[in-house]
Every structure is written in C-alpha cells, then in structure tokens.
Design a protein around this ligand. Structure first.
Ligand SMILES: *Cc1c(COP(=O)(O)O)cnc(C)c1O
Length: 858
C-alpha cells in the first residue's frame, strides 16, 4: 500500500537527555566529530542504516534504549558537555569579532543568496559543486563569526538519487522530503503562526511561501517553501525540484529566491531583532532579482530609480561561477515582461519599477533575451570569479559591458574557492592537526601546515588506513549496486575481493557535463586495461558522478564507463559507484591516493573536489585548470599538459596519452618505490608538501576571510557612504552618473603634445605629455585623465600597458590642459595615447561605469 501522506513523529526524549534535541537541530553536528560519535553511540547499527542522521536516530531508536541511556551517567555527562561546547562555539568571540575596525567599518550583516546549499546529506538541497561551496561558505562564516544569513529555497525533492539499470543507464528517483523530519524550524510570528511572505504573480495571483530556518552553527539559513495549502495547486509546486522544469518554472523559482528572499530576510531580522544586512551577496546570477526588490524598497522610501540603483549597487557583491556563455542563465525578455509587468491591471510584482529600466539591467546582445549574469554585474559595484584563471576568463567573457577597455581592465576580480576542513578532512587528519597545531589554531582553521611535522611513518599509516576504509566502502556500495541491477547474492562473492587496500587508488567523481570528460581515461581502453592489470604496479580506479536528467549524452558517457567496469577481466580494479553525494564523496576524498581531473581548459571555473582530496594528503593529477592552475607547484602533484589549438578529438587523444604517460612514468613508480621500512619515501614527501603548502590555501576560511576583506568590508563601507544623510551619497552618485551619461559623447582628447623626448630615447628617458581635453561640460574633478604607454603591435594596438595619471593644469585658450612628467616605462616598439575616465569617490573604480574617451578618431 502506498501512503497518501508521510509525516514525522518525534520521540519523547527523557528529561536528562533533552540536550540531544538541541544537538540534533544545529547542523554543526555535521562537522563536529565528537557530536557525531555521540549520536552514533546511541545505536551504531541504526546510525548506519539511517544514513547518519541524528534526527532519524532520535525518531527511530527504541524507547527502552533511550531510557537506559538516561540512566547512564557517563552518557548524560557527555551530552551535557557537548551542549556546553556548542554554546561556547555559538557565543565566544571569533575572528570577525576580533577585527580591529571593531564596528563601523564591518558589515552589520551579510545576506548570502544561492539557489542551492549543500550543508549535509540529510538536507539534500544541492546538485553539486555550487551548492556544496555555498554550504562550506556558511560553515566557514560560522567558524569565523561572520554575521551572515544564508537565503535559498527548500526543494520538496532536492536533487535526484541516482541508480543504474542492468545495462548501465542512469535511472533517477526523486524521494520527497518532509521538512518536519529535517533539522529545520519555521519562522513564526509572536502568536506562533508561520510567517508567510507574498510575491505577486501575473493575473492578480499571489505566491506565498513559509520560511524554514536551518541553523548551521552560528549561521541561520533561510529556506523558502511554497508547498503550503494557501497557494494555488500549481504555485505549490514552485519549490518542487532543483533545476527541474521549464523556463517558466525557473523564473518563478528565481523570483521567489530573489524577491521573496529579500522579504524573508526582512521578516527574519524583524522577528529575531537583528540589524538589517549591510551587504547582499549573489552567489551566481540566479538570485539576481534581489537587486530589483531592494530598488523597490528604496523607491517606496522616496528615492528615484537611479538613486535606488546607485544605493543597491554599492552594497551588492556578485560572484560568477561559469566560464562559458552557454552556462549563463537567460530568460526570454517576454517572460520577464509577463512576470514584472502589470498586464494592464495597474498592479505588479514590483510597483514603481519601470519595465524598460528592469529590462535594461539584463540586456545583452540578443534583445529578445534577459541575461541574469549581466543583471548581476549591473546591480553590483563589486564582482568576482572563483579562481585567478576564472577571473581572467570572466573579464574576457563580460568585456562587452565595459566597451573601450582591454579585458584585463574589466573590473571583475577573483576569490579562489575553498573547502571546509572539518567537513572534508577525515577525523584522523583533524586529530593529528589538533595534536601538532593545538586546538585554538584549528578552531580558526589555521595551523594546517603544521601537519608536515608528523613523522613519515605516521603519515603513511594514516594514508593506508584511509585507503583501507575506502576499499570497504567501495565493496559495500558495489555489492548494493549489483543487487539493484539484478544480480543475485550467489553471483557476488567476487565483490568481497574487489579492490585492494594496497593498490594505488585513483578517484574521479564529479557531475558529468561534457567538458569534464568523464571518459577521457577510456580513450585507449587497452592502455587503461594494462595499467589496471599490471602485475607489479597496478592502479585501481573509482568513478562516480551524476548526469543532468535531461542530458542523454552525459548518461551515455556514464554507460560507457559502466560497461567497461562490468568486464570480468577488470571489474576488480575499476568501478562506477552510483549516487554520488556528500556521504559518498567523503570516503573518496579521504581514501584516494590520487585525485584525477581532466576538464577541457579553461572550462572548470575552480573545481573543489581536488582541494578536499589535498586536505587528506591526496595528490592531484589534473589539467591546469581552475584552482590547480594557480596552486600546482611542481611538487604537490602532477599537471596534465594541455593541447591547445588542435581539434577536439585530437586534443582528447593527446591529453589522454599524456595522462597515461604520467601514470606510467611518474605516479606509479613513485608510489611503488619502497624503502626497507616499506614506506614510499618520495610519495610521502609529496603528501607532506601537499599538506603543508596546499592545506592553508584551499580552506574555506581563507576564502571567507578574502571575501570579508576584499568585498564585504568595502561593500559595507560603500553602502554606508551612499546611505548617509538621507541617501545624499546615492543621490550624488546617481546625479553624477546622469551627468556623465549626458556629457560623455562630447568628451574628447583634442590634442596631445610630447616634450623633452630625445632623438634616440632610451628606457627611462624623461618626457612631458600634455593634452587638451574637451570635458563636454564636466569638471576636471569629474574625470581621471591618463597617459597610457604600451608596446605596439603591427596594428598599432597597445599591449602590456602602463598608465600614468595626468593632472589638471588649467584652461589654456578655453581648453582644459592636463599634463604628466614621466620616464619612458618600456623599451622596444613603444606607443602612447591619452584617455579620459569618469571619476567619483563613491565609484569602486574608474572603469566601473564602462566609459572611456580618447582622441577623436579621424
Ligand atoms: C566537492 C563536491 C563537488 C564539486 O566538485 P568539483 O571538483 O567542483 O566538480 C560535487 N559534488 C560533491 C558531492 C562534492 O563533495
């Protein structure tokens, strides 16, 4: 019989164990080993079968067992100690509280918006890297004490669960979640009723959502849920699935996340008596509508659209995560008109906002489309990519928004992603690190580098133990998968012997879009087979990953791997494990000796799985893409050479051959070369070097500190500057922008004179440049004038430019003259020009407005 409805009934906890309830609802347990061990000890078998979920343990454990534990003084004491430890974690001042600025300059709050959050497998509200990154961001913000609030949606089914059919095809299931059974609480009003936020829909309808709060350490995560009886049936389904449905479904989700998200933040800070956030961070463009809602708020406070936009931009940070134009979220402009227009009724989703202004924010080269990334960039003064390389790629990809600037001047910076050590490092490494660095450093996720002090024998023993645990986990999952695919117990004795705890183990696990090239390793199946079956130095390979349900090409790649791994000759050395998620990923990162990544460069914006492996002493074997491009140092792993400038098939051939060769000539020999003590000395050196040098750099705490110092702090200060004196700054900035827009066509460099240049100039020769500038009605203080030197190519284009500021020397014959004395900064074929940029103290930089004027072209 199928249940009509499911719900969760919580057990009554004996009074002496009431602390368990508190421990189970704060998701800090998900990265706090002692708390995890406490829950496990309640019922170890149930712990495993219940997917390591404290809420389920408390719901399903035998009441007699709970009564017995309530009588066990030792157990009760551990509960009380852990509750006390949690309180101390929540209350004690942390890194953020110790910043010298001590107040005014630090954000009063940061609202961090993301369409997915991967905090723990018990809350499967994520599909992959983006969501897990957002989860790690919250956890690191908690460890550092940031006043951050996460904002997203609660999906009824989260992302799908993957299994395999007998012939290796991906099958999907969407188990539905019961929020009551999750570590969530509802935001309620003073009378105890659920707070609902309202968002207007076309044709006079209303979409309502309740607000669940997941407590992630110190950080509240607000999750909007439309599945309530107050909504029309179709609107109840808005939060049904992550990345499911058509464009119409998606825009509703993004309106709810962005517009509804801001309203949820307002309700939450009001009911919980918290200050309003001073910074809004869009993690990717999906929640970009939040900027429009904030403009609406300010419009109703009496600001005009321009003033409101200036105010919103100052305090918004936008992070882009894709290096490919096809990866950007775009909606038909007509769909935006449908949802944001008034349909002639006079009432709309965002009253007071002119449709043309809305559309202009998302404009791109195709006028029929509305581009969410462009909207993100236009509604934020500060933007970044997620690795040095991705920052560079993004500057090129979005340079159309800054016409007249070279790509490297486009104001998009970068903060390289990081991973949350307590979540991703095995408890063994965390214990070792605490032993050598001390608890205090580890609490702030510092001191990781001290792991290099651990003796070689212990490092190696740890690696062996972790590989052994992984092999047991592989056997367990392999067996389950074979049964699911139709094998019988009697045929599966071989799975007990599959994989070996002593064989070099390579991991490859990630989503399966084409650019990640899941099947590159199969390019030459015989060569791979020889590597797997080498009698002296074999390799074993564990592969996992989900394909988007609509992506049959991706599913075909999975099938290729599964079919190869099904072959009887190699099945004990290569496996595809279905249902890659956080719970599986953990074992892979802990146990794999080598983490393989072979994307098509530069399509991996950052990549984080290799960082998690590195935290566990895994060595990366990767194309130099994303984070690896900046962090590979020749001794912490291997770089697979990239074959640029050839067609795709040949590129795959060349890069696969390079991969096999690295395995044969370097990876395997280093692993299997043992000293008399059985320890592979060179390997352990590389592990130690990885822990020491990468450990500190790949941490999410480093990432969140970078965001705080480079983005949140400046955005908060800019936000205060525009808000002061009744938004005087916003009005001034908007007025300035209007003046620049009106004047700019007339701004030109009339003439440029160079004086003092000798006949045969040498590097460092002094020269005076002077230029007459027509300011088109702007004042000298409204602009920056620069002399620009660079190497010239055959097209007279300047490269490797050096800019020198020119100062105003007054009007001469009615023309403003600017001049600079300088020394020739470059040698070779050198050229120069003069340019004018808008300048205002409330702009983040002179390139921000995307305007530049030069000499009139003849
Ligand atoms: C870290 C992680 C990812 C992201 O890995 P990439 O290297 O960015 O592809 C995806 N899924 C899970 C479960 C992860 O833990």
């Amino acid at each position: 019989m199928k249940a009509l409805r499911r719900f969760t009934v919580r057990a009554q906890l004996p009074a002496r164990l009431s602390g368990l309830a508190e421990l189970s609802v704060n998701l800090r347990w998900s990265w706090h080993t002692p708390t995890l061990e406490l829950f496990e000890s309640i019922d170890p078998a149930l712990w495993v079968s219940g997917e390591r979920d404290p809420g389920r343990i408390l719901g399903e454990v035998d009441p007699d067992r709970l009564s017995a534990l309530a009588e066990d003084d030792g157990f009760v004491r551990r509960v009380d100690e852990l509750v006390e430890d949690l309180h101390s974690y929540l209350d004690r001042p942390r890194w953020f509280q110790k910043q010298v600025d001590g107040g005014a300059d630090l954000p009063s709050g940061i609202a961090y918006f993301s369409m997915e959050f991967g905090v723990s497998e018990v809350l499967p509200n994520y599909s992959g890297g983006l969501g897990i990154l957002a989860g790690d961001h919250l956890k690191a913000a908690s460890d550092l004490g940031l006043p951050l609030i996460g904002v997203g949606l609660l999906y009824r089914s989260g992302y799908f669960r993957q299994s395999l059919t007998a012939d290796g095809w991906q099958a999907e299931r969407y188990p539905s979640l019961d929020p009551q059974g999750l570590p969530l609480r509802l935001l309620t009003d003073d009378a105890g009723a659920a707070v609902l936020i309202h968002v207007a829909m076309p044709a006079g309808r209303v979409l309502r959502a309740r607000i669940w709060i997941a407590q992630v350490g110190r950080i509240p995560l607000l999750l909007l849920d439309s599945d309530i009886a107050d909504n029309d049936v179709d609107l109840r389904g808005v939060t049904d699935r992550l990345y499911g449905g058509d464009q119409d479904h998606r825009i509703k989700q993004e309106i709810l996340a962005g517009v509804g998200g801001v309203r949820a933040v307002r309700a939450f800070t009001q009911y919980e008596n918290l200050p309003a956030p001073s910074v809004f961070h869009m993690n990717e463009g999906h929640a970009g509508f939040l900027g429009l809602e904030r403009i609406r708020e300010l419009r109703s406070d009496g600001l005009d659209f321009d003033d409101a936009l200036a105010a919103v931009r100052a305090s918004t940070v936008f992070t882009t995560h894709t290096p490919v134009p096809a990866g950007i979220d775009r909606f038909p402009a007509d769909l935006v008109r449908l949802y944001f227009g008034d349909g002639g009724s006079g009432s709309s989703l965002l009253p007071g906002l002119d449709m043309d202004r809305i559309l202009a924010l998302g404009r791109e080269s195709d006028p029929a489309l509305f581009n969410m990334a462009h909207m993100g960039l236009r509604s934020a003064q500060r933007a970044n990519g997620v690795s040095l390389l991705h920052g560079r790629v993004s500057r090129g990809m979005f340079d159309e928004l800054w016409p007249g600037f070279d790509a490297d001047e486009v104001p998009i910076g970068s903060v390289t992603n990081g991973v949350h050590a307590p979540t991703w490092a095995s408890p063994r490494w965390l214990d070792l690190a605490e032993r050598v660095a001390g608890r205090e450093l580890m609490e702030e996720a510092r001191g990781w580098e001290k792991l290099h002090e651990v003796p070689a024998s212990e490092l190696w023993a740890t690696r062996n133990d972790l590989r052994g645990e992984l092999v047991s986990e592989i056997r367990r999952r392999l067996r389950a998968s074979c049964l699911e695919r139709g094998s019988t117990e009697a045929e599966l004795a071989w799975t007990d012997e599959a994989f070996s705890p002593d064989v070099l183990t390579v991991g490859f696990a990630r989503r399966v879009p084409t650019y990640k090239r899941l099947t590159l390793m199969l390019r030459d199946p015989e060569r791979l087979r020889a590597l797997l079956l080498d009698p002296d130095r074999p390799v074993q390979l564990v592969v996992a990953g989900k394909s988007h349900p609509a992506d049959d090409a991706g599913k075909a790649l999975i099938q290729q791997i599964v079919r190869f791994a099904d072959r009887h000759d190699v099945r004990h050395r290569i496996v595809f494990l279905p249902d890659y998620d956080m719970s599986m990923a953990r074992y892979l990162y802990w146990g794999c000796d080598v983490w393989l990544n072979n994307p098509l460069r530069p399509l991996e914006a950052c990549g984080t799985s290799g960082m998690k492996s590195a935290l566990n002493g895994g060595l990366n074997l990767s194309i130099r893409d994303g984070w690896w491009d900046e962090m590979y140092d020749g001794r912490n792993g291997w770089a697979i050479p990239t074959a640029d400038g050839v067609d795709d098939a040949r590129r795959d051939d060349l890069e696969a051959a390079a991969l096999y060769e690295l395995l044969e000539k370097s990876v395997l020999p280093t692993f299997y070369e043992r000293g008399t003590d059985g320890i592979p000395e060179r390997w352990v050196d590389m592990v130690r070097h990885t822990l020491e040098t990468l450990g500190p750099k790949v941490l999410a705490s480093r990432m969140v500190r970078d965001y705080t110092v480079q983005y949140y702090g400046p955005a908060s200060r800019a936000g205060h500057a525009v808000a002061a004196d009744g938004w005087a700054g916003a009005r001034a900035l908007a007025g300035y922008r209007r003046r620049v827009d009106a004047a700019w066509l007339a701004v030109t460099v009339r003439d440029v004179e160079a004086e003092g240049l000798p006949d045969t100039p040498v590097l460092g020769s002094a020269l005076t440049l002077s230029a007459g500038i027509d300011l088109g009605g702007l004042t000298p203080a409204d602009v920056t004038v620069q002399a620009v030197f660079g190497r010239v190519d055959s097209d007279e284009q300047l490269h490797d430019v050096v800019t020198v500021p020119m100062t105003h020397r007054g009007p001469v014959d009615g023309v403003d003259r600017f001049a600079a004395e300088t020394e020739l900064p470059l040698s070779g074929a050198v050229g120069y020009t003069v340019r004018v940029l808008p300048h205002h103290e409330l702009l983040a930089g002179d390139a921000e407005l995307g305007k530049v004027a030069g000499p009139a072209t003849v």
